[in-house]
Design a protein around this ligand. Sequence first.
Ligand code: GLC
Ligand code: CA
Length: 512
Amino acid sequence: MMPEWLNDAVFYEIYPQSFYDTNGDGIGDLRGIVEKLDYVKNLGCNALWINPCFDSPFKDAGYDVRDYCRVAPRYGTNEDLYRLFSEAHRRGIHVLLDLVPGHTSEEHPWFIESAKAEPNALSGRYIWTDFWICGVPNHPYIGGETPRNGTYMLNFFKCQPALNYGWRKVTERWQCGVDHPDALATRKALMEIMRFWLDRGCDGFRVDMADSLVKEDDENKSCTAAIWREVREMLDRDYPEAAIVSEWSNPKLALNAGFHADFYLDHWHNGYHSLLRQTDDGMDRSYFKKDADSDIMRFLDDYLPKYEATRDVGAISFITCNHDTPRLAPRLSARELQLAYATLFTLPGVPFLYYGDEIGMRYMADLPTKEGGYTRTGSRTPMQWDKSANMGFSEADPEKLYLPVDPDPDAPCVQEAEGRDGLYETVRAVLAIRHREPDLRTNGSFSVLYARPKDPLFVYRRGDRIAAVNPSGKACSAEVKGLNGKTPLFTVGEAAAAGDRLTLAPQSFVLL
Ligand code: GLC
Ligand code: CA
């Protein structure tokens, strides 16, 4: 089963570039994260996911790793990271690093070695053809760059050659099976990287593109899953307190492959998308949008079967956003965000809050792409701490910042959000209740009490608790079984429970 701490974990995702700069070079750093651990804890988060902080040419913001076991100098040293682990643990905070298993940077020494003309021990570490035209459709490849007589396959950008975990069915001379010594050597190298960090205090990994290991896998990704099951066996045996969370967004496959939790990502037309980012014919139809005239059915139709099929195996992770996804503000108003987060944080699973979402940081459209960010760049701007220079992020000259801070004079910041009615205090209040009430934790039971087509009201049960949300602009009411005698623990807006009848004012949430 999962490590006990995950049952009460609420994660805070930190994009290290943009969190807090302590040495005035305009880029966030590990010491900056250490300085803000009390802030994270006070918010109600007791776990971190840090985006890749390893040595890298940063053509994909660090997802192009050049050395898996060395902290990027711009963030500090390995010692700084070890200190971050121990300072976090002192505060009851667990730390996940970002593991990128599917590819490395083209500057990784493994790749440089494998690109040599003479066969060597690393020739099989990546996927190379033996001819200058690659025969596999749907897989981008690169030729003309290296002395080696062949082309190599990519996993994402041009700078990210695919590591070789072998092929399910070998159909070409240059392919090897998943049990070939070269494929097994890649697997072993992956597990050694994990051990390196786990031995030094890391609590586990968020795993990048976790489904991408074996190319041309079957529909159930059985070969890729087998690799993760081996990883999980290693964890259960040697690091039973460690957790792995997958970027897969297919909980049935990911959790059965051994992940403890799987992200429910913003994918076109899935249930999560319908809650927060759904547009139809240019109209915003997101469930939490006040005027969307929407209902919860599109979400439940997708989510419930996934939840039912996996609740005994692992957790589904709801996210407020992440470094790849457009932030919700300003498209959703502060009130819409309050209702959305109150709901996300009271559903089952392990929730993730993206840095800055607690204050409603805005998506900054039209920023030029930075480090391979493209449209993602607008979700990666510096954290807004206060109203001092660079919004308290850094003492560097503004033009030296990793990305500009939000120039709006009304841009939200922590200093102004603390202690005031609003999004930030709603997040704090809901997270405090979540930690206090065992029913609301990851594994607490969940069932739907009220959900109807063309009706914005959604009522659900978590153990002895009942939660209800009405994101629409009109009052809603319903008979709810088991309501009798329950009193509100937490409310956004207004709600009344009388007998079995529950009534929610426009744009309201209640936990009873
Ligand atoms: C994942 C990461 C993304 C990165 C890509 C390639 O989707 O979240 O930021 O660009 O993988 O590693
Ligand atoms: Ca710095």
